[in-house]
Write a protein that binds this ligand. Structure first.
Ligand SMILES: Nc1ncnc2c1ncn2[C@@H]1O[C@H](COP(=O)(O)OP(=O)(O)OP(=O)(O)O)[C@@H](O)[C@H]1O
Ligand SMILES: [Mg+2]
Length: 223
């Protein structure tokens, strides 16, 4: 059984309006637990839309989605949010850090939201920081970091709750080649720990480092 099973997913933005967009048209994909999948495709092909739907951030117009064995089609929004908080980590191209906040607090944000106790927060942040080799940065403010360091912090924040699956939307888009390769090394390690990784990338070379590639074109899976 896959951790994410998407069957015939369609996403229409601005349905019924003149600005209507068919972003996804009958997408069927199956992400197996523990695999590292890359999603490729031209700009506007629906990559981010698919990632957000699989990661339980966005709703779909039609089709069926099963997440970790549970069909979420008719699940209430607060239930979906609960699954997302417990099982999903997100990494974004522009990091999504809060610049004036310390690295520690940035990484701890999902734990604060989950109302974890102070001691537990410290323990989990230390563990994630160690994994990403950023223990020496915890007291710095996010605005004092380099791009590569920012992305490590963003990944630490994504894994701090111990999610089953990480979604990364062009995680290396803002980085140079060396830092991009380093981030791929980190994903390999996260996958090695048993976490499923799904990433969107434009970079053919980086895409080849994943176990498998899904290619989208005009909202359809073409490969
Ligand atoms: N919130 C939105 N409202 C309306 N249309 C949207 C919205 N988000 C995306 N779209 C449209 O849906 C289509 C797919 O967008 P999406 O962001 O998924 O593409 P993408 O493959 O991630 O592109 P890129 O590589 O540029 O990030 C595009 O035509 C886009 O303009
Ligand atoms: Mg995108």
């Amino acid at each position: 059984m896959g951790i994410v099973e998407a069957k015939g997913i369609a996403k229409i933005y601005n349905e019924g309006k003149s600005s209507e967009v068919n972003a996804l048209c009958g997408v069927t994909v199956n992400i197996e637990e523990g695999e590292w999948v890359s999603i490729m495709g031209k700009s506007g092909s629906g990559k981010s839309t698919l990632l957000h739907i699989m990661g339980l951030v966005d709703k779909y117009t039609s089709g069926s989605l099963t997440f970790d064995g549970q069909c979420v089609d008719n699940l209430r929004q607060n239930k979906v949010a609960d699954i997302r908080m417990k099982k999903v980590g997100f990494v974004l191209q522009d990091f999504g850090l809060i610049w004036n906040m310390s690295v520690f607090d940035n990484i701890a944000t999902p734990l604060y939201l989950a109302k974890e106790k102070k001691g537990r927060v410290k323990e989990l942040v230390s563990k994630a920081a160690k994994e990403l080799e950023i223990e020496d940065l915890l007291k710095k403010k996010a605005k004092e970091l380099s791009g590569g360091q920012c992305q490590r912090v963003a990944i630490a924040r994504a894994i701090v709750t111990g999610p089953k699956i990480i979604f990364a939307d062009e995680p290396t888009g803002a980085l140079d080649e060396e830092n991009a390769k380093n981030i791929m090394g980190i994903f390999a390690k996260i996958k090695g720990n048993g976490t499923t990784v799904v990433m969107v990338t434009h970079d053919k070379e980086l895409s080849l480092m994943a176990d498998r590639e899904i290619v989208l074109s005009d909202g359809k899976v073409v490969r």
